[in-house]
Write a protein that binds this ligand. Structure first.
Ligand code: PLP
Ligand code: COI
Length: 340
């Protein structure tokens, strides 16, 4: 008998599925290969992705609901952000329709790998595109590969909704007027060194400041920030070098419409951090993870909610967001995309 899978213990790591979607771009147009079984890609050593990092990606999840359906959360926003990323990197357009079709096909064919409702695990979906054609001078490729693969995953930060500690990075993840607002692979390459230093020092993640003045807070390496003021207002930083997180945009709506909070997106100064009651990070992989403290070069900024458990607003946001995603709570119009 097959051993029962312990979905709840899954790490956030790559486990290949039996199939993935693929389309190739050549001679000025996309050709859809549909589902393919080979997880490996063979391309030129001089491919634009290898030489000049011409690549961007997306991240979204497929959820199993209590009634056994498989749904996705606002994939139209991922499709639109993918288009913004492609445009900025001179990658040919992938329409919203093609993006959704690719994601749906991948999830449907791998339905058996969507973790059960209530297991704490989900199927993470990673659409990405690479410049696969050869270049030598700095130029965009003439050929591209667009793929969508998936991997069953557990939570990004171990312990689910247990507070983490961030540390202020001395490095920037994106330049002013650079690529911080798109999901380009280079942003993550730029965060590896700083991320390694943060982890080695025992911190969960870096807090990046605005690269222009280093006086405002931006986001972490893989998630946006949210704050709660002492008078219960939800605040999230605004900046052109922050990735426009689907989760953060949804959390603002949830704060207003489900929790009756005032919610605003505005510049948040580093000097204000001591005044907040709660802090959290949010993203597809991170979901909503409370931040108990921030290390500023040895000075610890502690939030009222502490290191033992999530503050009341973060907890309610987490429960409402995941309730909507898993079909326990009614969703705003258009938020839930039913795959099967
Ligand atoms: N910020 C960065 C740098 C990210 O990589 C992510 C992950 O996608 C996010 C924020 C959160 O975005 P989303 O909520 O769309 O997943
Ligand atoms: C996501 O949340 O989808 C991301 O891409 C973040 C990454 C750090 C895994």
């Amino acid at each position: 008998m097959e051993k029962k899978k312990d979905w709840g213990a899954l790490p956030f790591a790559y486990t290949p599925l039996k199939s993935r979607y693929e389309a190739v771009y050549k001679d000025g147009r996309w050709f859809e290969n549909g589902l393919v079984t080979d997880a490996d890609i063979k391309i030129s050593e001089s491919a634009a992705v290898f030489q000049y990092a011409q690549t961007c990606f997306e991240g979204l999840k497929a959820y199993r609901t209590e009634s056994g359906e498989i749904v996705m959360f606002r994939p139209d926003l991922n499709a639109k952000r993918f288009q913004d990323s492609c445009r900025r990197l001179l990658i040919p357009e992938i329409t919203e329709e093609m993006f959704i079709r690719a994601v749906d096909m991948t999830v449907r064919d791998n339905a058996g790998s969507v973790p059960p409702y209530g297991s704490g695990a989900t199927l993470y979906i990673r659409p990405f595109v690479i410049g696969s054609g050869p270049v030598l001078g700095v130029a965009p490729a003439k050929e591209y590969i667009f793929r969508v693969f998936g991997s069953p995953v557990g939570t990004y930060f171990k312990g689910g909704i247990k507070p983490i500690t961030l540390t202020v990075s001395d490095y920037d993840r994106a330049a002013p007027r650079g690529t911080g607002g798109i999901k380009a692979g280079i942003n993550y390459a730029m965060s590896l060194y700083a991320g390694g230093k943060a982890h080695a020092a025992g911190f969960a993640e870096n807090l990046y400041l605005d690269p222009g003045t280093r006086s405002r807070v931006e986001e972490t390496g893989g998630a946006n920030l949210i704050f709660v003021t002492k008078d219960n207002k939800l605040v999230t930083p605004r900046s052109p070098s922050i990735l426009p997180s689907v989760t953060r945009r949804s959390v603002l709506t949830i704060g207003r419409q489900y929790l009756g909070l005032e919610a605003e997106e505005r510049e948040v100064y580093f000097s204000e951090l001591d005044d907040f009651a709660e802090c959290g990070i949010c993203g597809t992989a991170a979901v909503i993870c409370p931040v108990g403290a921030i290390n500023d070069h040895g000075r610890i900024i502690s939030f009222d909610s502490g290191m033992d458990e999530a503050g009341p607003v973060c907890r309610r946001l987490y429960e409402t967001l995941t309730g909507i995603q898993m079909g326990r709570l009614p969703a705003p119009e258009g938020w839930i995309h039913r795959v099967m």
